[in-house]
Design a protein around this ligand. Structure first.
Ligand code: AMP
Ligand code: ZN
Length: 468
């Protein structure tokens, strides 16, 4: 079945196919590296990971870009409070972010561009907007987007702009709908910025948060791509502003599909730093939960439903994973190393049912339902001594196939990664280290790749691997 996805732009579920029929180009708003990410943030990243895996499972290639917001209002404020240079401050949380991704078994994106490494792209884009009459310089040397000039403004978030005061401006990166107005593309330096500033045609300053994503998505995915994702709080103002900036500059739709996950909530309120009701992944690991268990909780509720976080849900995840592990162990005993034969009759329809559920706007409850039906039927067959070794091996192969999408079925510390995939992973980590300007780590990874018999070639299209 062809995947169908809920598109925030149209508020309907639509059949999805990549524009070029082969590679899904997808942009994901990444972390603001001002602190450890909390598990609300990771709900968004796990949803995007599931999406990416389902698209790959369907047979398409995926080219995913996740930006690292390493300069914005928050990173500057907090690095100064910590008395550290911005770069040093954000590098710490960038490294922590990737450790957390690994613990949650989130597959690496193809690119992790850092905002500070793309300021010239942002300046060029702002120049384009000024030339087109979509942006203007204010007296203090900042540049604002003139929303009046862009009639489609508000379409994604369905804003009612009837009461809008023309020319009202908002300088902060984050603001409420009541403050809709011309938003900052470039912010003139002020004292609170300390030494964080770049030269621009408008004087020294720094980019606004929204322009970062417009510039980086264009750089890595072109002017128009397939999917743009984020959490629901990104719809306004961030994605609305991204659309305005990109589409005013190019005259083309930025992305065809916009996907947003609902929030992780705690006692009825969005988990967030500002409400101080958050847990980082580290908090949970310290309390003895595993990344696999946390992933299971974040994965298990449909992405468009809000997910209420409780410790009971972690306990339920632990129990569910134990059942899955016991089932696998029992199958392994029956299979006793046999090669997979024909799937047993009770498993025959499961493969398609699992696939169809996920193709239906990532219906995870449906897919997990198919999985647990299989567990129940499998135990029954084994209780009745009615499962042949080749049949058990076929069910194990099915579980492995499904785990390419779920990434929760394999127990921790189990299994050898296949050689090439492991090297690809090292290469991605090297890219990440380079984006964070961690040259020592990048060199170490290059050496590790070389030790496994591969050479990295840096090309204008990005790094390529070649066997030695
Ligand atoms: P930030 O680092 O604040 O830019 O957020 C990173 C990502 O986490 C964005 O895609 C947000 O939409 C998402 N996000 C933040 N809080 C939550 C939450 N409580 N539930 C789900 N997603 C969230
Ligand atoms: Zn973004």
């Amino acid at each position: 079945m062809q995947p169908r996805l809920f598109n925030t732009l149209t508020r309907t579920v639509e059949p999805f196919e990549p524009m070029d029929g082969a590679t899904v180009r997808m942009y994901t708003c990444g972390p603001t590296v001002h602190d450890y990410a909390h598990i609300g943030n990771f709900r968004a990243y796990v949803f995007e990971d599931l999406l990416r895996r389902v698209l790959k499972f369907h047979g398409w290639d995926v080219r995913q870009v996740m930006n690292l917001t390493d300069v914005d209002d928050k990173t500057i404020r907090k690095s100064r409070a910590a008395g550290l240079p911005l770069r040093e401050y954000t590098a710490r949380y960038t490294t922590a972010f990737f450790e957390d991704l690994d613990a949650l078994r989130i597959e690496r994106a193809e690119h992790y561009p850092a905002a500070t490494a793309h300021v010239p792209d942002m300046i060029r884009l702002i120049e384009r907007l000024i030339a087109g009459g979509y942006a203007y310089k204010s007296d203090d040397g900042s540049v604002y987007f003139r929303i009046e000039r862009f009639p489609a403004y508000g379409r994604l978030a369905r804003l009612d702009l009837s009461g809008l005061k023309p020319g009202a401006r908002v300088a902060q990166d984050e603001y409420e709908k009541e403050h809709v107005g011309d938003f900052a593309l470039w912010k003139a330096w002020d004292e609170a910025d300390g030494d964080v500033a770049w030269d621009s045609p408008w004087g020294r300053g720094r980019p606004g948060w929204h322009i970062e994503c417009s510039a980086m998505s264009m750089r890595y995915l072109g002017e128009s791509f397939d999917i743009h994702t984020g959490g629901q709080d990104n719809i306004f103002p961030h994605h609305e502003d991204e659309i305005a900036q990109s589409e005013a500059a190019t005259g083309r739709p930025l992305a065809r599909f916009w996907l947003h996950c609902a929030h992780l909530i705690v006692e009825g309120r969005k988990m967030s730093k500002s409400l101080n009701n958050f847990f980082t992944l580290r908090d949970l690991l310290q309390r003895g939960w595993t990344g696999r268990e946390v992933r299971y909780v974040l994965l298990g509720t449909h992405y468009r439903q809000s997910l209420n976080f409780t410790f009971d849900s972690l306990g339920a995840a632990r129990a569910a994973l134990r059942r899955l592990d016991e089932f696998r162990e029992r199958l392994e005993t029956v299979a006793a190393g046999a090669s997979p034969g024909a799937a047993p009759e009770w498993a025959a329809g499961a493969r398609a049912a699992f696939h169809d559920a996920l193709a239906d706007d990532l219906n995870i409850s449906g897919a997990l339902g198919v999985l647990f039906d299989l567990v129940r039927d499998g135990h029954r067959a084994m209780d009745a001594n009615a499962l042949a070794p080749a049949g058990a091996a076929a069910v194990l192969a099915l579980l492995d196939e499904w785990d390419r999408v779920l990434a929760v079925l394999r127990p921790d510390g189990d299994g050898e990664e296949d050689g090439e995939a492991a090297v690809q992973e090292l290469l991605r980590r090297r890219e990440v280290a380079r984006a964070a300007r961690d040259w020592a780590e990048a060199d170490r990874l290059r050496a590790e790749i070389a030790a496994r018999g591969w050479i990295v070639q840096d090309t204008p299209q990005g790094p390529k691997l070649r066997r030695r």
